[in-house]
Design a binder for this molecule. Sequence first.
Ligand code: AKG
Length: 300
Amino acid sequence: MPFKKKAAKPWVETEDVLPYLDAVGADEAQRRFVTDLHRDGVAILDLGPEGLALCDAVVADTDRYFTGGNRRVQDTWRRSAAVRSLSNLPVIEKMLALAYGRRPFPFQTLNFLVGSEQAAHADAVHFHSEPQRFMCGVWFALEDVQPDAGPLFYHLGSHKRPVFGMREAGVVDRAPELGDYDRFYVPAFAKELKTQPHLALLKKGQALVWTANVAHGGTAIRREGATRRSLVTHYYFEDCLYYTPMYSSPEEGRFQLRLPANLKTGGWVWPRRAGKRMPLEPRTVARAFKEALKRAVYVG
Ligand SMILES: O=C(O)CCC(=O)C(=O)O
């Protein structure tokens, strides 16, 4: 979708979203998707025959990586054309571009064989952007999700709350350390959530989009041996600063910038502010290259 003017804020996160949808002449399916995402912080898409076929191709490409108790494999897109194609499916790209008003690009993938059983969190604690909230996740069901297989859960409307980071979790007078996430963030964030979680009982070939600040996680697996094959792809949007919130302080203008990969091109996307490339520390660039090499040659 060509943008005459890039959105200053994600449209889906503003109260001007309805006049925006009118102005761009959105059709019924687009309206439903964007209004669901605006209201709930999540929205479900059917991926059609192409998406359904790609789910099988992803499983065929990636099942072999789940050896030795591996439950989660990062960045299989570097070795699987099917993972790249599913993450770059035109319907996803078009819907995200419409909802956010900037061009999206996938930057990371995670494959799961079984439920993640992850504690509730919002992705904004792990990756964020400036302007804020130009980030989202897409959860692809690679098989029908059974209720006892540890479905993904989410809290409807929780994205409307202010972003809750390590500072809000109580790590105020020092830089966060390894272990602080489990020790501080997980219990403090759980206390913030006042609503009942919803389960994502998706069918193979459906995808759930979550916004940067919506609370989500994985429920407990209640049947031994139950699989719950899924792919999570994280997306950023063009022309932003990309940063790691745990080691940044946006209020003070301090960012630990990232150099995210671009699954579409196989390259990277340089962080920008107001259209200008921002300087990156050499170690950030080195880390991105090292990570790419590591993921391309073996599974870690
Ligand atoms: O798939 C799940 O159970 C949760 C995944 C998740 O929370 C994440 O990737 O951020």
